[in-house]
Design a protein around this ligand. Structure first.
Ligand SMILES: Nc1nc2c(ncn2[C@@H]2O[C@H](COP(=O)(O)OP(=O)(O)O)[C@@H](O)[C@H]2O)c(=O)[nH]1
Ligand SMILES: [Mg+2]
Length: 368
């Protein structure tokens, strides 16, 4: 029996991991390979899971803990993909505020389950908007996040076997060169690709590295878990799910954008810092996902439904923001109701879950 290629794609919140995994999965499927995808979050109701399922992929979810703290859940999720044989490839997306994944996920999988999984080199996607500010020097260095959260951002890059500069479509050559230069200081000697997960530019090169014989998990981190825990705890986390009924047809993309835009505005007004704010709107088999990835960015419809619908619609908000989580939940609820009113939607139910991630306590940790 051949082993399953296990591919972990790391990177900060909003870097483009889900979009990249969708592209990689499409390429593998076109090549006749069976793919399983695993998403991950601190709570249920994941926009990413719905997003990838609506694209037709088989998706398992590890919810309630990151991969490192929910290692056994990660393995049992990998076991649950349907069919008699294991998938040829598993693409897994860890929580975007997680790091130390070489020590806690890649090497333990290789060492404990190496008879079933063959680990691909660990690729980490750089989010250019925050990369410029966090890795830059001098006056411009102001990401809006604390030094502890910036520490996580750097550590994620330091442990990569290869790095990818994302959103190439929005960067000029000079910007790519400047980011390459910054990355060469954080992770000297590590291969760097530039990619546009959205339009697929650079995906063949990523696949080339994933399939290459490069060893997985070559860079064990030196990391201070006190700083890591403080950085994670700075982020407020809200997952909200609501069922509404539309009397009249409503544009799903417009509804997702309106929610993200209004919640984003309130976060900025309350001095919060957006790491990733996403809203999924599901009507029948149509889905729209709208995103904000920083306070400065504009609303982006990453997945368009291009459909108007009436009847039952589900809304899911996933917000990861440096702000008090209770306040974040309160403002998400308020905006949901005011947008529903303005669009003549009847709100049938709302459930929400807010938290600050607790201190990571990995199931396994390889130290050398
Ligand atoms: N312009 C541009 N936007 C992208 C690209 N890849 C992803 N995005 C957008 O970046 C946002 C975050 O992407 P997502 O894949 O959800 O990031 P994740 O949090 O790392 O999984 C979404 O609005 C995507 O549409 C890209 O190549 N170019
Ligand atoms: Mg994602």
């Amino acid at each position: 029996m051949s082993k399953t290629r296990f591919v972990l794609i790391g990177g900060f919140l909003g870097a483009g991991k889900t979009t990249l995994i969708g592209q990689l999965a499409r390429r593998y499927v076109a090549d006749g390979r069976r793919v399983g995808i695993i998403t991950n979050d601190q709570a249920d109701d994941l926009v990413d899971t719905q997003n990838l399922r609506s694209q037709g992929f088989e998706v398992g979810e590890v919810a309630g803990a990151c991969f490192c703290c929910g290692f056994d859940d990660l393995v049992s999720t990998a076991d649950r993909f349907s069919g008699d044989d294991a998938p040829d490839v598993i693409l897994a997306e860890p929580v975007g505020s997680c790091t130390d994944l070489v020590a806690t996920v890649i090497l333990p999988l290789q060492q404990l389950l190496g008879d079933r999984f063959e680990l691909a080199p660990f690729g980490v996607l750089l989010k250019p908007s925050h990369g410029r500010l966090i890795l830059g020097s001098g006056e411009t260095k102001r990401s809006g996040f604390s030094p502890q959260a910036e520490y996580i951002f750097r550590k994620q890059l330091e442990e990569a076997d290869y790095l990818m500069i994302g959103r190439k479509d929005q960067l000029g050559e000079e910007a790519v060169e400047s980011l390459r230069d910054s990355l060469s200081k954080v992770a000297p000697g590590v291969p760097v690709l530039s990619v546009s997960p959205r339009d697929g530019d650079g995906i063949s090169e990523v696949l080339g590295l994933i399939e290459s014989p490069m060893a997985a998990g070559q860079r064990l981190l030196q990391i201070d878990y006190d700083i890591y825990a403080d950085g994670e705890a700075e982020l407020g986390w809200v997952n909200l799910s609501s069922h509404v009924t539309a009397e009249n047809a409503v544009d799903l993309d417009g509804l997702a954008s309106a929610l993200v835009g209004a919640i984003g505005q309130q976060i900025v007004a309350q001095d919060g810092q957006i790491a990733h704010l996403k809203v999924s709107v599901l009507g029948g088999d149509a889905q729209a996902v709208a995103n904000l990835v920083s306070n400065e960015s504009t609303v982006d419809v990453g997945l368009a439904a291009a459909r108007e619908m009436s009847g039952k619609i589900q809304l899911i908000v996933n917000a990861r923001v440096a702000i008090d989580p209770d306040l974040l939940e309160q403002l998400c609820r308020q905006i949901l109701h005011s947008i529903a009113e303005s669009k003549q939607l009847q709100v049938d139910s709302v459930t929400a879950f807010s938290l600050r991630p607790g201190r990571p306590t990995p199931t396994h940790r390889v130290t050398g």
